[in-house]
Design a protein around this ligand. Structure first.
Ligand SMILES: [Zn+2]
Ligand SMILES: [Zn+2]
Length: 266
């Protein structure tokens, strides 16, 4: 099977992604309960023991809550960006961290047959997205970023599939009675989360410039967003740019539902 991606869970209550190559299976984040992850992997015909590595984006609980339980049951090494290591270390027992975690700095590396390029993202704790590649095929994941820097756009430009955060609608967020002002400011800041409009602008630029075939809108807020709003914001941005969105396959990743596999090439 070609390089492909499946969202296992996506949103502020928990995140986990599976990326699969010919002979390599990787997880990005384990922010879900272990029982949920095991069931989801089994529904995709993958045994958790087959996972060759776990890439962590950052320390936040929605990306790491299931990691201690995963490490107790399964042997895969855990890859952590050096700037994020102190935060992730707090989530694991010291022995587990020292024994299981591979701390990487900037630059590409390989896990079995797949290349991994970390992408540093602007978030309120050290955070990375990832491009995973196999020869000409490439899949990129960028969530938990307050803005979309040009260097990030450049590094994901030649991806066949892009999983990108479309977190919130700023008007819904500002009007929310559930979120305290300090949390609203954090989410809206340049180190918070990407809005629907900022996500749409990035997707339009990438689609116009490159070979993007599939996009997965991800990490949607359950309180300040809904799938139709994220999709209509994207459609409107394509229309304004004079582009036909029909050329792009768009999925929305849900909180506790897998997307099925999306391949980097058709
Ligand atoms: Zn998150
Ligand atoms: Zn976060």
């Amino acid at each position: 099977m070609a390089l492909s991606i499946c969202s296992i869970a996506s949103g502020s209550r928990g995140n986990c992604i599976l990326v699969k190559g010919a002979d390599t299976a990787l997880l990005i984040d384990v922010g879900v309960p272990l029982e949920y992850l095991v069931k989801a992997l089994e529904s995709l015909n993958i045994s958790p023991a087959q996972i060759d590595g776990v890439l962590i984006t950052h320390e936040h609980g929605d990306h790491t809550n299931g990691l201690p339980a995963f490490c107790r049951r399964f042997p895969a090494p855990v890859y952590v960006y050096e700037q994020a290591a102190a935060g992730v270390k707090k989530r694991l027992r010291k022995e587990t961290f020292d024994f299981r975690c591979v701390v990487f700095s900037d630059g590409d590396f390989f896990i079995k047959g797949l290349g991994v390029s970390p992408i540093v993202l602007p978030h309120d704790v050290p955070c990375t997205g990832y491009s995973i590649w196999d020869r000409e095929e490439k899949i990129s994941v960028v969530t938990d970023l307050g803005t979309m820097p040009t260097r990030v756009l450049q590094s994901v430009a030649d991806s066949g599939v892009l999983m990108i955060e479309s977190n919130h609608d700023p008007d819904l967020l500002r009007a929310s009675s559930k979120y305290p002002p300090v949390l609203k400011r954090r989410i809206l800041s340049s180190h918070g989360h990407l809005s629907n409009a900022d996500c749409a602008e990035a997707v339009v630029r990438l689609y116009a410039a490159g070979r993007l075939k599939r996009v997965i809108l991800a990490h949607l807020s359950l309180e300040n967003n809904y799938p139709d709003l994220a999709l209509s914001t994207l459609r409107a941005a394509f229309q304004r740019a004079g582009l036909r969105i029909e050329g792009l396959e768009v999925s929305v990743a849900e909180q506790y539902k897998t997307t099925g596999f999306l391949a980097a090439t058709s």
